[in-house]
Design a protein around this ligand. Structure first.
Ligand SMILES: [Fe+2]
Ligand SMILES: [Fe+2]
Length: 198
C-alpha cells in the first residue's frame, strides 16, 4: 500500500471514489472535500498502524506523533474543517437546514469532539503515557472514520439536493485559498513501514 508520504494529493483528488457518486462535478467543492477525506483516511490508517506497533514494541516515535498533531492542526482543522464550518455548512443553513438541530449541528459537534481527542492525544504524548495515547488514538479513529462516512454518504448528497449550481460554483471559488498545496506530500514524514517479507 502507498504511504501518505508517497501519495500524490492532486491525483488523490482526481481518483477519489467520486465515480460512485455520479452527481459530483469534476473539480467542484464536493470533489475537493472527498479528496481531502481520502487523505484524512490514509493518515488515520497510518496512525492505526503506528499505534499497533507502539503497543507491540513499546518505542514511542515522537516525530511521527508530532507530524500527526501538525496534520490535525494544519490540514484537518486549518484547511478541511474551515471549508466545512465557515463555507459549506452556512451555505446549507442558508438553504434551509437548521443550524441548531440539523445535520450540520451534529457535524460541528463532532469536530469539537475530535478536537477534544486531539488534546488528549497531545497530553498523553507530553506525559509519554502509552496507555492514554492508545486510548486517545482509539477514540479519535472511531470518531473521525464515522464522521467522514457520514459526510460522504449523508451530507454530500444533501448538498447536491439543496444547493443550486451557482452556489456550488461560488463555494468552489471560496475554497480555492484553502486548498492544500504540495506540502501535503510531507505531512507524515516517516510513516510506518511494513517489514519486507522474508
Ligand atoms: Fe467534518
Ligand atoms: Fe469532512
Amino acid at each position: 500500500m502507498a504511504h501518505v508520504a508517497d501519495a500524490d494529493p492532486v491525483l488523490d483528488c482526481c481518483t477519489m471514489d467520486a465515480g460512485a457518486l455520479p452527481w459530483v462535478v469534476p473539480d467542484g467543492p464536493i470533489e475537493v472535500l472527498l479528496g481531502e477525506h481520502r487523505t484524512i483516511l490514509q493518515v488515520l490508517d497510518e496512525v492505526e498502524r503506528e499505534s499497533r506497533r507502539l503497543e507491540a514494541q513499546g518505542a514511542l516515535r515522537e516525530t511521527f506523533w508530532r507530524d500527526v498533531l501538525r496534520f490535525l492542526d494544519e490540514f484537518d482543522d486549518g484547511l478541511h474543517h474551515r471549508k466545512e464550518e465557515h463555507l459549506l455548512f452556512p451555505a446549507l443553513e442558508a438553504a434551509g437546514l437548521s443550524a441548531e438541530h440539523g445535520p450540520t449541528a451534529v457535524l460541528r459537534n463532532e469536530h469539537l469532539r475530535a478536537h477534544g481527542w486531539r488534546l488528549r492525544l497531545e497530553r498523553a504524548l507530553l506525559e509519554r503515557d502509552r496507555t492514554r495515547l492508545g486510548a486517545a488514538v482509539g477514540g479519535y479513529l472511531d470518531l473521525a472514520r464515522a464522521h467522514v462516512l457520514k459526510e460522504n454518504q449523508i451530507l454530500f448528497p444533501l448538498v447536491q439536493r439543496l444547493l443550486p449550481a451557482a452556489d456550488l460554483e461560488r463555494l468552489g471559488a471560496e475554497f480555492r485559498p484553502l486548498l492544500a498545496d504540495q506540502r501535503l506530500r510531507c505531512w507524515i514524514r516517516h510513516p510506518y513501514a511494513e517489514p519486507a517479507p522474508a
